[in-house]
Design a protein around this ligand. Structure first.
Ligand code: 6GU
Length: 289
């Protein structure tokens, strides 16, 4: 899998050379490249943002800079530059109806067949924008994206990015996703992208030595429960004992104990997950909680 990341702080992603992700890169399973968005600017200040149209606090990332960068990384022919990128207040002339463009916005009428691989194909790139105002990123999304070959993350800063950027790439036939990682606000998309990249890459075939450890995890499968608690030796530590059943050697009892604990803890901590459980995935011996 190839992952490109665009950010004004590409150094954020140096940590991806560590630990299991670093090993996956060494093995050639994964290539992560962090690009500096400012490399696609042309002005002396390398400016990537501007004031919000309609007013309001903060700055918004400019579509012109992002598009030069994303066109290049996606291997797309540049868009219809004349109509999209001339910074006029409004288009009053209505004379932008050049062949192949939609008047006024320069978006090609149809995605060019030479540009983009078929959507739904694992080789087609997926363009992901971390966005606190987007749908939540879930384990199901991570599982789906782990089967793709090329991910491109566009990390916004400030008050976010111009809404036409994802819209434009969708119109060019690219699979564009916007995801939030939780109900809190971060300073930019970098940490959110890191979270998603870790969740996705660890599910790639060959990433983990022991794939059983993936199957048993929380949030996996139709029966997404929080995991049971874990203990190691010694059996008693600072006066606190490991539950006796776990020392019994009876695997049936251990499994039942762990399953009950997972159900109880999920019911207490995340009742929303219990509400979503697929009844068919429940076992007759599962206690009513
Ligand atoms: Cl994806 N971005 C930012 N800036 N804040 C967030 C987030 C994303 N997800 C949760 N908070």
């Amino acid at each position: 899998m190839k992952i490109d990341i665009v950010s004004v702080f590409p150094e954020y992603f140096d940590v991806m050379n560590l630990s299991l992700m670093g090993k996956a890169q060494d093995k050639g399973l994964l290539t992560i490249t962090a690009h500096n968005l400012r490399d696609w600017t042309h002005d002396v200040h390398h400016s990537v943002d501007d004031t919000p149209v309609g007013g309001g606090a903060g700055m918004v990332m400019k579509p012109v800079v992002w598009a030069e960068c994303l066109d290049e990384l996606l291997g797309l022919e540049p868009g219809e530059v004349a109509a999209t990128e001339v910074e006029t207040e409004t288009d009053e002339t209505g004379d932008a109806a050049e062949a192949g463009t939609v008047p006024g916005n320069g978006v090609p009428a149809e995605p060019s067949s030479t540009d983009v691989p078929d959507a739904g194909d694992a080789h087609a790139p997926v363009l992901i924008f971390p966005n606190p105002s987007a749908p939540l990123f879930t384990q199901a999304d991570a599982t789906e994206l782990a089967a793709t070959d090329h991910l491109l993350f566009g990390c916004g800063r400030y008050e976010g990015y111009d809404a036409r950027i994802p819209e434009y790439y969708r119109s060019r036939g690219i699979d564009v996703r916007e995801y939030s990682i939780g109900d809190y606000v971060l300073n930019g998309g970098e940490v959110a992208a890191s979270v998603m990249i870790e969740a996705i890459t660890r599910l790639m075939p060959g990433f983990m030595g022991n794939s059983d450890s993936i199957v048993e995890e929380s949030y996996t499968g139709a029966n997404a429960l929080l995991e049971h608690r874990q203990y190691t030796k010694p059996a008693e530590w600072r006066g606190i004992k490991v539950p006796d059943i776990l020392l019994s050697g009876d695997h049936g009892k251990v499994d039942r104990y762990r399953r009950d604990e997972a159900l109880e803890r999920t019911n207490e901590i995340r009742p929303d997950l219990i509400a979503k459980l697929d009844c068919k995935a429940l076992d007759k011996a599962d206690r009513k909680t």
